[in-house]
Design a protein. Structure first.
Length: 124
């Protein structure tokens, strides 16, 4: 019988936890964790999933799609609305959009958060 595990938390390294938490809060609508501080910030989802951001001295952003500094983690978000509208909003919030897009852009798009972590928006 396989081990039964439930994902509880994802934590990203970054240079500024508060700024990265604010980006993801605006992008997702998740609620700020009440015990966030300058070195660790978090967001809570209704079902208990926690998205955390921890300060790392001398942080080096991933170099996606290159591997000079590997991505280490890739998050995908399902979007029920229009991908063009979601892209415009993310770019306004400070996301980047790499030139290399490995998927059909009508279905999925790769972005980078302000700390350089790659993530995808996928049309539901």
């Amino acid at each position: 019988m396989p081990l039964q595990m439930k994902l509880d938390a994802i934590t990203l390294d970054c240079p500024d936890p508060q700024a990265l938490a604010a980006f993801y809060q605006q992008a997702t609508g998740l609620e700020p964790h009440p015990k966030s501080d300058a070195d660790f910030a978090g967001l809570n989802r209704e079902d208990g999933l926690f998205l955390g951001f921890q300060r790392v001295d001398d942080y080096r952003a991933p170099s996606w799609p290159g591997q000079t500094v590997p991505q280490q983690l890739h998050i995908c978000f399902n979007v029920g609305g229009d991908l063009d509208e979601a892209e415009a909003q993310l770019l306004e919030l400070g996301a980047g959009k790499p030139e290399h897009q490995p998927h059909d852009e009508a279905r999925a798009r790769v972005f980078t958060d302000p700390a350089g972590h790659p993530f995808c928006l996928v049309k539901s």
